[in-house]
Write a protein that binds this ligand. Structure first.
Ligand SMILES: NC(=O)c1ccc[n+]([C@@H]2O[C@H](COP(=O)([O-])OP(=O)(O)OC[C@H]3O[C@@H](n4cnc5c(N)ncnc54)[C@H](O)[C@@H]3O)[C@@H](O)[C@H]2O)c1
Ligand SMILES: [Zn+2]
Ligand SMILES: [Zn+2]
Length: 396
């Protein structure tokens, strides 16, 4: 029997690498003859994992983390028709059946058949259906024909694996944030957050033809990273109000589109830069987005937050000035990114050198054992996207 190891959530602030079961083509009693077993080539640590590891969710002890998976198919179930053993594939973090009403409409982030508790599922995530995570050596992927994106040439793909590994989540997620905010040629955009999602969004804005991309954060190294590929930046530790800081860059205190790449653990501006203020990004993007503009919200907001700053926020109720957004006829787009809507096009943008996404988010490859340190460094604000290479397959 093959062995397997994975990254487990132990308690707030603690993850560990432990021996775990080798995957089966099943989830409990649910048979998955439509699934495959994947030998994982790369699996990324995400800001979404950090919400769990910081104790800000109800994630249970022992949950095997990891939803950003790329790998080689080593076993295909009886009902898998088109994906074959040996295929090198990107796994969208959303698990989708391909058969329900939402999947048929392309809304794969809210599939109705993969999570008895609510629409939408993911690997290794609290409340997301109990599917085992893929910060591991091996993982099972259900509905393989529908979910998987096969790279056309495995050798060429391995040369660009640091870029292609980002197709399972943050590149499509950042791109989706930009698209739903209405970014197109000539747009002036504000991106809140310079974590990997914010940086992937900023790079996506450039790909979509934005004229100016302004990134705000309070971590100087992350802002430096944003400048490294042509973004303007705003250091939110400074007291300058956001509209004034935007006016210093583009001459007017507003932008055409804004994207929240922060979510519910947002902190305030200036003197409040260390203080958690969960609604601050939502309110500030309404403030700076022009009337009629779009606001993309890939940043995560939760239905329950045991570590929230007040009772209302513990239930996900935030103090949002919706009247302002209403008065300006803003459009808002929330939710998980439906990865499959974008991953093929973005794969081609990578393969044909139209975007340098690994460079933009500063991919750093680490071993499975080093993932514990990777979690710590990422939580400490490292300007890096940590990518675990569990089998030592990624060339230097
Ligand atoms: N919708 C989706 O499908 C999807 C997919 C992946 C990640 N996410 C979410 O996207 C968010 C970002 O992910 P990440 O990996 O980049 O996380 P991250 O934690 O590394 O980045 C968040 C950044 O926001 C900054 N920040 C805090 N308050 C701010 C404020 N008021 N204004 C501007 N910046 C502020 C932080 O300093 C940090 O650099 C997370 O909430 C994550 O869960 C959503
Ligand atoms: Zn992710
Ligand atoms: Zn479905």
């Amino acid at each position: 029997m093959c062995k397997n190891h994975g990254v487990a959530y132990v308690k707030p602030g603690k993850v560990e690498v432990r021996e775990i079961d080798y995957p089966k083509l099943a989830l409990g009693d649910r048979q998955c003859h439509h699934g495959v077993i994947i030998k994982i080539v790369s699996t990324n640590i995400c800001g979404s994992d950090q919400h769990m590891v910081r104790g800000r969710t109800t994630a249970p002890e022992g949950l095997i983390l990891g939803h950003e998976i790329t790998g080689v198919v080593i076993e295909a179930g009886r009902d898998v028709e088109f994906i074959k053993e040996g295929d090198l594939v990107s796994v969208p973090f959303n698990i989708a059946c391909g058969r329900c009403r939402n999947c048929k409409e392309g809304k794969t982030g809210i599939c109705l058949n993969v999570n008895p508790a609510r629409p939408g599922a993911a690997y290794g995530y609290v409340d997301m259906g109990g599917w085992v995570g893929g910060q591991a050596e091996y993982v099972m992927v259900p509905y393989a024909d529908f979910n998987l994106l096969k790279f056309p040439d495995p050798d060429q793909a391995m040369e660009k694996i640091k870029d292609l590994t980002l197709l399972s989540d943050i590149f499509p997620t950042g791109y989706h944030g930009a698209v739903t905010a209405g970014v197109g040629p000539g747009a002036i955009v504000y991106v809140a957050g310079a974590g990997p999602v914010g940086l992937a969004c900023a790079a996506s804005c450039h790909l979509l033809g934005a004229a100016v991309v302004i990134v705000g954060d309070m971590i100087p190294e992350r802002l430096e990273q944003a400048r490294s590929f042509g973004c303007e930046t705003i250091d939110l530790r400074n007291d300058t109000p956001l509209p004034d800081a935007i006016a210093e860059i583009v001459g007017v205190p507003e932008v055409d589109c804004a994207v929240d790449c922060v979510g519910f653990e947002a902190r305030g501006h200036g003197a409040n830069a260390d203080k958690e203020m969960p609604a601050t990004v939502l309110n500030s993007v309404m403030d700076v987005t022009r009337a009629g503009g779009g606001i993309g919200i890939p940043g995560l907001y939760v239905t329950g937050d045991p570590g929230a700053v007040d009772e209302a926020a513990k239930k996900g109720s935030l103090s949002i000035r919706l009247g302002l957004g209403w008065a300006k006829s803003h459009s808002f787009h929330t939710g998980q990114c439906p990865v499959m809507k974008y991953h093929r096009q973005l794969m081609n943008a990578i393969l044909y050198d139209k975007v340098q996404i690994a460079k933009a988010v500063n991919v750093q490859i680490i071993s499975l054992q080093d993932s514990v340190q990777g979690y710590k460094d990422f939580d400490g604000g490292a300007a890096k996207k940590f990518v675990i290479d569990p089998h030592g397959m990624i060339p230097n």
